[in-house]
Write a protein that binds this ligand. Structure first.
Ligand SMILES: *[C@@H]1O[C@H](CO)[C@@H](O)[C@H](O)[C@H]1NC(C)=O
Ligand SMILES: *[C@@H]1O[C@H](CO)[C@@H](O)[C@H](O)[C@H]1NC(C)=O
Ligand SMILES: *[C@@H]1O[C@H](CO)[C@@H](O)[C@H](O)[C@H]1NC(C)=O
Length: 812
């Protein structure tokens, strides 16, 4: 029900006021008092032209100015403004002709304020009430016709038509009732004597006076006028003033005198004794003020609060001893004292706020109210300096709390914002309110490794699963945004996936070896480890972990020349004329380890003649220590041990056979062969070679025949002996030999050795002597293997020995 209906002329300015402000977006509604909860007053959404859906998003709310009572509410679904609490017009406005309650209609985001005035309309909810139940009048029988006796009017809290409209006096033979209005506007009635009294005829009479209001339904109140007929009392008391005004500061202490009324009565004796009492006084005033019935002094008996009531009107009656009375009005104005501190209301707060809000974001809305008046209610509001927030004054007493800078939860996660409000009274009053504001996390920090890069050192032959090292990254974000998970980035080491070398524990960052490492194959490698947080999207960082494998002395020295002990029949020729210090032979050994573990030293552990030969500790060179003499034994035997420098050290030994002779013929076992030779060594060597080759050839033919024979029965085996060689393993030129039956001797010789040693080991022999063997090459078969094969076929091992020795000497 918008304010549309016709209003009495005296309300015209209100209507004008409403019209002007409505044009500026303010709302005005009219509502009857005492409506029950939920009664609809009007539709806000429609009147503001707001979309219904936006209403709840903008948190529409109605607050009463200066009060925290909720008289009205908004139905956010329908936009209806409804009655939320009983509204009693008399409570708010008393006798005021117009009763307007003011509300703030608040919309957030953006903050918007509309003024809402509610015109409360009176209903006839109060009946007229007389101040007393019985009015006692003592009237002299001599009173003239037309004499008037004042009767205090009935009071009706309602206004206008709903207030007292008429009085009806019970039918009687002596009095009529007349209704009067004084020039200060108060109303009273008079009992007018219509026919003279006769005390002897009737000593007293009781008349019922009924006051009726103009409401619908009509309400009424009654009083009994008790008339006692007696003798003379001419004058009623007369107040010195018709209206007394006084001003009283609020919070005045009890018993503070406010004003003294005084009335005088011209009569004497009892007829002139004046007493005072309140004639018409509101319940509230009665609790605040008392009237001394003898002195007429009004004093304070309750807490005077300007905010509760700023003006009191009391009607005081003065009465003489026989009941003649008169009335005066007392108006008490209460003056304001700055006794109310401002009150800060937090109307809205976004909590927590994400740390990435841009500066200038509105975080909350604050309203400040002060119940005092004028300067005492002017309020200034501020917050402390050291927070990235500020208050921006908005409409009326509203402020927006706005962020001023970038927030960082990792630096400050909670703010304690203290809002202080100070009024401009004297002395000023202030209050403050603390607002807790939390900052919510955003995944804005990647994990950061504690070190730029990591190195792990591990000895070879480690156990699979052993711990290499551990990486650690920190992420200051909150919960899952700061939970770090480690993983290996895919990559390759030596062509194999990196995951086959190491693994990382996702939770702890501990890096384990997956396999046992071999220093001889891999000395170091790098892996990339990623630390990722659990945010969405996740952030990550990478780090390089270098793994260094250190050598362990796990390879014993390998003697390349001569062949290791037990199989060796190598014999070196030492010329008889050799002088002390001449180089006789050299032990050659390698070690697959590195550093100290591969640093070899050579020692002679046993020899036939301990003083004759020495060995270079690191060169392995065997030299004569002195000149050879005739008395020295022809056959010299040395056992050489080769040790590496590891901890503990590993060693290998070999035997070396030396023959002190200028001439092969002097070798006892070769005497028969020496018959062929004559002068020069070379010739004899050539003859020996020729004989050997021929012998080999013959042996070879025998072998071929033997093989052919064996194949018929055991087609897959080359030899009938202990060494089994699959025929497929034979080189192709072996078949060639088989096919033609004839073979050049050199070819035959080469092919035989190749077959006999199964690999190309023979080639190594020369390589060893050249000292060009690469460190990483593995010796799979010792050169003595072919001697083995030889020995199997030929019953005389010396021929083989001699031959090998021959080859090695030519090779050097
Ligand atoms: C915030 O301020 C209030 C009032 O000063 C204080 O009681 C409270 O302990 C403070 N809280 C924090 C987290 O600093
Ligand atoms: C993590 O960060 C995201 C945004 O990056 C945020 O939405 C989420 O709430 C955060 N999680 C926690 C537990 O704070
Ligand atoms: C880490 O490495 C992965 C794979 O190479 C890459 O996708 C990622 O962007 C890297 N992260 C950083 C922080 O460099």
């Amino acid at each position: 029900m918008m304010q549309r209906r016709r209003v009495p002329r005296s309300y015209g300015f209100v209507l004008f006021f409403v019209a002007v402000h409505y044009a500026h977006g303010d709302l005005s509604y009219s509502v009857q008092e005492e409506l029950k909860h939920g009664s609809v007053i009007g539709n806000i959404a429609k009147d503001l032209g707001l979309n219904l859906g936006r209403l709840s998003a903008r948190k529409a709310r109605v607050d009463m100015e200066g009060s925290d009572r909720q008289y009205c509410g908004i139905n956010l679904r329908s936009g209806d403004l409804f009655v939320a609490e009983r509204i009693d017009r008399e409570e708010h406005c008393g006798e005021k002709p117009s009763c307007v309650l003011k509300f703030d209609l608040l919309l957030e985001n953006p903050l918007e304020l509309h003024r809402l005035s509610l015109q409360v309309q009176d209903i006839n909810d109060n009946a007229p009430i007389f101040p007393k139940d019985v009015i006692k009048l003592e009237i002299r029988e001599s009173a003239d016709k037309g004499a008037r006796y004042r009767i205090n009017a009935a009071h009706d809290a309602d206004i206008g038509q709903n207030s007292v409209q008429n009085y009806v006096l019970q039918q009687n033979s002596h009095f009529i009732f007349s209704f009067q209005t004084t020039n200060v506007g108060s109303k009273y009635g008079e009992l007018v004597l219509d026919k003279e009294l006769d005390r002897e005829d009737q000593q007293e009479m009781k008349l019922l006076l009924t006051a009726v209001d103009g409401g619908s339904p009509q309400r009424s109140g009654t009083v009994v006028i008790h008339v006692v007929v007696l003798d003379a009392n001419d004058n009623a008391p007369v107040f010195s003033e018709a209206v007394y005004t006084a001003s009283l500061a609020e919070n005045s202490p009890l018993k503070t005198p406010v004003v003294t009324v005084s009335a005088s009565d011209a009569d004497e004796g009892v007829n002139g004794e004046v007493t005072y009492e309140f004639s018409r006084i509101s319940e509230k005033s009665r609790q605040l003020f008392s009237l001394d019935q003898d002195t007429g002094e009004i004093s304070v008996t309750g807490d005077i609060d300007f905010e509760d009531g700023s003006k009191y009107e009391i009607v005081v009656e003065a009465k003489d001893g026989y009941g003649l009375s008169s009335e005066a009005k007392v108006i008490i104005d209460i003056t304001d004292v700055n006794d109310n501190a401002p009150v800060i209301y937090l109307k809205s707060l976004t909590n927590p706020i994400p740390e990435n809000v841009s500066p200038g974001t509105e975080v909350g809305i604050i309203n400040v109210q002060d119940r005092d008046s004028e300067n005492n209610r002017q309020v200034r509001c501020s917050i402390q300096q050291n927070v990235p927030f500020k208050l921006i004054p908005s409409i009326k007493n509203y402020y927006s709390l706005v962020s001023t800078g970038q927030l960082d939860r990792e630096a400050v996660s909670d703010y304690n914002i203290t809002i202080s409000a100070t009024d401009e009274g004297s002395p000023p009053l202030s209050s403050s309110k603390s607002v807790q504001l939390s900052v919510a996390d955003i995944n804005d920090n990647p994990p950061v490794f504690e070190e730029q890069s990591y190195s792990a050192y591990v000895s070879e032959n480690n156990k699979p699963g052993s711990t290499l090292c551990s990486v650690s990254a920190r992420d200051p974000d909150w919960r899952q945004n700061g939970t770090v998970i480690y993983s290996l980035l895919s990559g390759e080491v030596n062509g194999a996936p990196v995951s086959s070398y190491v693994s990382v524990n996702g939770d702890t960052g501990v890096i384990h070896a997956v396999r046992s490492f071999d220093y001889e194959q891999l000395r170091s490698f790098k892996v990339q480890v990623m630390a990722r947080d659990n945010g969405s999207p996740p952030l990550s960082s990478n780090v390089t972990v270098s793994v260094f494998i250190s050598d362990v002395n796990d390879n014993s020295p390998q003697i390349l020349y001569p062949a290791p002990e037990g199989n060796s029949f190598m014999t070196e020729l030492v010329p008889k004329a050799a002088h002390g210090g001449s180089l006789v032979s050299k032990v050659i050994a390698v070690d697959a380890d590195s550093g100290q573990n591969a640093w070899l030293s050579y020692h002679i552990v046993k020899s036939t003649d301990p003083g004759l030969f020495s060995i270079g500790v690191h060169s392995g060179e065997i030299r004569t220590q002195r000149d050879i003499s005739e008395s020295d034994s022809m056959k010299q035997n040395l056992i050489v041990s080769v040790k590496d420098n590891g901890q503990p050290s590993l060693s290998a030994t070999c035997s070396m056979y030396l023959l002190i002779s200028d001439n092969l013929a002097e070798v006892p076992e070769l005497k028969e062969m020496s018959n062929f030779e004559n002068n020069s060594k070379l010739t004899s060597y050539l003859i020996i070679a020729l004989v050997s080759v021929s012998t080999f050839f013959l042996t070879f033919i025998i072998i071929i025949l033997g093989v052919k024979f064996c194949r018929r029965r055991k087609p897959r085996l080359l030899f009938d002996g202990a060494v089994a060689i699959p025929s497929a393993y034979l080189p192709p030129n072996y078949a060639d030999v088989d096919g033609t039956g004839t073979l050049r001797s050199t070819y035959n010789y080469d092919a035989y050795l190749t077959t006999g040693s199964r690999t190309s080991d023979f080639k190594f022999v020369t390589s060893y002597n050249d000292n060009t063997l690469p460190a990483d090459q593995t010796l799979r078969k010792s050169p003595s293997d072919f001697v083995d094969a030889f020995g199997d076929l030929d019953s005389s091992p010396e021929v083989g020995t001699y031959f090998t020795s021959l080859i090695s000497n030519f090779g050097v």
